[in-house]
Design a protein. Structure first.
Length: 398
């Protein structure tokens, strides 16, 4: 178990070191949390930035481990290591908590408001997800074309329909493309998108409950949210994230978060589900994760680790890391090394390849954030203004 922890630390150091190199060469301003229409403190959210960086890196390690065994036996399944299993499932559950916390806090902090900018909220969500997602999907299309030697295998109508489904940001069912599993290329990470969209679509319902002025057109979005919620059936991490909005404001929680013992409680809360062999989807495991998450958003920074600039910068590019790391792994194993040669790799050789891929992935994520994500994020106000001007009668700021 010790070597697994040392491997994780070493890979994180490589990731941070790579990002430090690019930051020095091409300085980039750290993106501040989007506090539009929220009373949340930037100081409280600094630790959250570092947490996002850790979680995205853990998901990469999770799938790197899965790929090793997939190469050996051709079966895509959870890694045998409980720690690496939690690196994937536990990290995704915390990502869901982050989503719920950030956006439900916008609702609660604007209760009884007649000035809540619903249009800007949805424009920001679309521009946060769609540009990078489309970039990744078109790379996936390229992989499929290359792997099938640019030969049409599926019926053209079926290929067109499946391709269109992939272009709808995870809102439609995702099928194989020209005989190739797109989900394998993405290591399945896109399964989280319908759950995220479902939560965003449900926000108007919470807005009504908190007496926020809500345009009637958003009722249709709420109905869509109910449909996704009924279909996806993953509720608990979102509900716990919403609960954390109230828990982190408690005086004793904030006092505990500022003390050294708070860091040890965070570590213990993340470790106990693994030591007790709890499945991440079990409610007991998620309650442990909630304890850790609540202390982090209350300001605990794990003895300064989460609030350190390198880890917060890793949080900036976390979506690029999350969405693009499967493409890097797939391209390496399928096209560069080749599956037959990869089967002959010893564990040490495979780990060496992951060490090489880590700075490559971080470099790619740095530039996709710089050239795709950041410009889209910075254009939210512009596009909101344009859409409001074009559709002022439907989406007017009330």
């Amino acid at each position: 178990m010790l070597y697994i922890h040392l491997l994780t630390i070493a890979l994180l150091l490589i990731a941070v070191g790579t990002l430090f190199f690019w930051d020095k060469l091409l300085p980039t301003t750290t993106t501040q949390p989007d506090l539009h229409q929220s009373t949340l403190s930037k100081n409280h959210l600094q630790s959250l930035d570092g947490l996002r960086g850790l979680l995205a890196s853990f998901v990469f390690l999770h799938h790197a481990m899965i790929w090793y065994f997939y190469i050996q036996n051709g079966v895509w399944q959870s890694p045998p290591s409980s720690l690496f299993y939690y690196f994937g499932s536990g990290s995704v559950l915390m990502f869901f908590m982050i989503t719920a916390f950030l956006f439900f806090s916008k609702i609660t902090s604007n209760a009884n408001s007649r000035n809540f900018d619903w249009l800007r909220l949805y424009v920001s969500r679309f521009l946060r997800i769609a540009p990078l997602y489309l970039f990744a999907v078109f790379i996936m299309f390229g992989f499929v074309a290359y792997e099938t030697n640019f030969i049409l295998i599926d019926d053209i109508a079926e290929l067109r329909e499946n391709a269109i489904h992939w272009l709808f940001f995870g809102l439609l069912s995702l099928q194989d493309l020209n005989g190739i599993s797109g989900m394998l290329i993405f290591a399945g990470v896109v399964w989280t998108l319908p759950h995220e969209w479902g939560f965003y679509f449900l926000l108007p319902i919470w807005g009504l409950l908190y007496r926020i002025k809500t345009p009637k057109i958003l009722y249709f979005i709420a109905i869509l949210g109910i449909f996704f919620a009924a279909k996806n059936k993953i509720y608990l991490p979102f509900l716990l994230g919403m609960l954390s909005v109230y828990l982190y404001q408690l005086g004793f929680v904030q006092a505990l978060a500022k003390r050294t013992i708070g860091s040890f409680i965070v570590i213990a809360s993340c470790s106990l589900p693994i030591l007790l062999s709890l499945d991440p989807v079990d409610w007991q495991a998620q309650v442990f994760l909630l304890i850790a998450f609540t202390l982090i958003i209350a300001g605990n920074n794990l003895l300064g680790l989460l609030s350190a600039r390198p880890l917060r910068r890793l949080g900036d590019i976390s979506f690029s890391i999350y969405l693009l790391h499967p493409l890097v792994l797939y391209c390496t194993m399928k096209f560069i090394i080749g599956m037959e040669r990869a089967q002959e790799l010893s564990p040490v050789e495979y780990i060496g390849i992951i060490f090489i891929l880590t700075p490559i992935l971080i470099s790619i994520a740095f530039f996709t954030y710089r050239w795709i994500e950041s410009p889209a994020i910075n254009s939210v106000n512009l596009w909101t203004k344009k859409i409001r001007g074009f559709k002022g009668l439907i989406f007017q700021k009330q």
